[in-house]
Design a protein around this ligand. Structure first.
Ligand SMILES: NC(=O)c1ccc[n+]([C@@H]2O[C@H](COP(=O)([O-])OP(=O)(O)OC[C@H]3O[C@@H](n4cnc5c(N)ncnc54)[C@H](O)[C@@H]3O)[C@@H](O)[C@H]2O)c1
Ligand SMILES: [Zn+2]
Ligand SMILES: [Zn+2]
Length: 377
């Protein structure tokens, strides 16, 4: 079956919207008519090259090229066909895609750490499910999802059923940005009532760390971003203070915490570099936690950090994927919080784009003009 999709052919290239040929529906696959897809910075990392495996490493590992690539991992839509052994989904169900599959059977899943599902290991590579072709060539599919398309073929492990009342553009945000940011602050950092929290980078991820920290009862939330519009938005989502950089925020945090610095720092800039992390660690207090969420280029291997403080101040530095939550419970729970008016989702969407204008969306993201953009059909 043919469908239109947005593809990248290599690093530095613009998105091409063209017809692709979808592969055959496998026994555990589900065909989705995509109704909305969010523009996360992680897709942008493929065109900038940050998430592209360096050629030398890729060849040494015998891996095929990651291009051409069908983009998109935040998505929501309607089930139009199910594979022969799919039992949990039926035609007409409304679903959200999850960039992290949750098979429920691997050691990580049975141990309650579905965000580390073993099936996530090959997400950046051409995999078994990548059966689609473009101009006769097999394509890679971002996170095995490829939501920048009219139709997508998705493994049942990467889908979550949602209430049909939930608008599609809202549901699409629950794929990645909302749970990742929320979970980074609430679950991975473990924000507690009365905490002093800083969030570095107020995009689709950071803004949800702000609202997560607010819901968890943080006393002070300092939203740090060089873009003024992001700072203003952060105040609407629960931030108590704003700053344009970590250096600008430091004296403010010192004053607000009476010299103790932050209890939790969540780091979600567009691209993570070692110096951003060292700045974040410098505002992390005694016995406190810094959580890195932003994706770093493969080439980034060093953090210039005060190791003396790390040890003697007993600081904690953690990474997180999907906010360290279980997609099967986090997505419906966050949808329920939205339905009861306790989670802002509509307000996250700055602009909507037709699929053909995906490049405009990513231009706007790079220019700091959108909190979250959504492709709608
Ligand atoms: N760990 C995960 O599971 C996960 C999931 C999704 C996205 N991500 C990553 O999180 C990061 C953020 O994604 P997003 O979609 O929110 O991106 P975005 O582009 O919407 O927002 C990033 C924000 O960071 C700001 N920024 C850039 N440099 C900064 C700096 N030095 N200090 C403070 N702010 C700075 C930008 O102005 C922008 O507002 C990306 O690297 C993305 O790939 C990680
Ligand atoms: Zn994402
Ligand atoms: Zn698993």
């Amino acid at each position: 079956m043919k469908t239109r999709a947005a593809l990248l052919t290599g690093v530095g290239e613009r998105w091409i919207v063209d017809d692709i040929e979808l592969g055959e529906l496998g026994p555990q696959d589900v065909m989705i008519e995509i109704k909305a897809a969010g523009l996360c910075h992680s897709d942008e990392h493929m065109s900038s090259g940050d998430m592209v495996i360096p050629e030398k490493t890729r060849l040494a590992l015998g891996l095929p090229s990651q291009f051409p690539l069908i983009g998109g991992h935040e998505g929501a839509g309607v089930v139009v066909e199910v594979g022969s052994s799919v039992q949990r989904f039926a035609v007409g169900d409304h679903v959200v895609t999850s960039f992290m599959p949750a098979c429920g059977m691997c050691p990580s899943c049975v141990d309650g750490r579905q965000y580390l599902c073993d099936l996530g290991a090959s997400l950046l590579q051409k995999s078994e499910i990548a059966k689609h072709t473009w101009r006769g060539e097999q394509t890679n599919v971002y996170s095995n999802l490829g939501t920048f398309a009219e139709y997508a073929l998705v493994h049942e492990y990467s889908l979550i059923k949602v209430d049909p009342e939930l608008p599609f553009e809202i549901a699409a945000l629950l794929s990645c940005g909302v749970p990742t940011g929320w979970g980074a602050a609430v679950v991975r950092a473990g924000t507690r009532p009365g905490d002093v929290v800083a969030v570095v980078g107020i995009g689709g991820i950071g803004i949800n760390a702000v609202q997560g920290a607010a819901a968890a009862g943080a006393r002070v939330i300092v939203a740090i971003d060089p873009v003024e519009m992001k700072q203003k938005k952060a105040l609407e989502f629960g931030a108590t203070h704003t700053a344009g950089s970590v250096d600008e925020a430091r004296p403010l945090i010192q004053e607000l915490s009476r010299g103790r610095l932050c209890d939790r720092v969540i780091v979600a800039p567009s691209v993570l570099y070692g110096d951003i992390l060292s700045g974040a660690m410098s505002i992390t207090g005694k016995g406190s936690t810094c959580v890195a969420v932003g994706v770093a280029p493969f080439s980034q291997t060093e953090i210039p950090m005060a190791l003396h403080d790390l040890v003697l101040w007993s600081k904690e530095l953690k990474g997180t994927i999907f906010g360290s939550m279980n997609p099967r419970t986090a997505i419906p729970n966050l949808a329920a919080l939205y339905a009861s008016g306790q989670l802002k989702l509509q307000e996250l969407i700055t602009r909507r784009y037709p699929l053909d204008e995906v490049n405009n969306g990513y231009d706007d993201l790079r220019n700091g003009e959108i909190l979250r953009g959504v492709i709608t059909t």
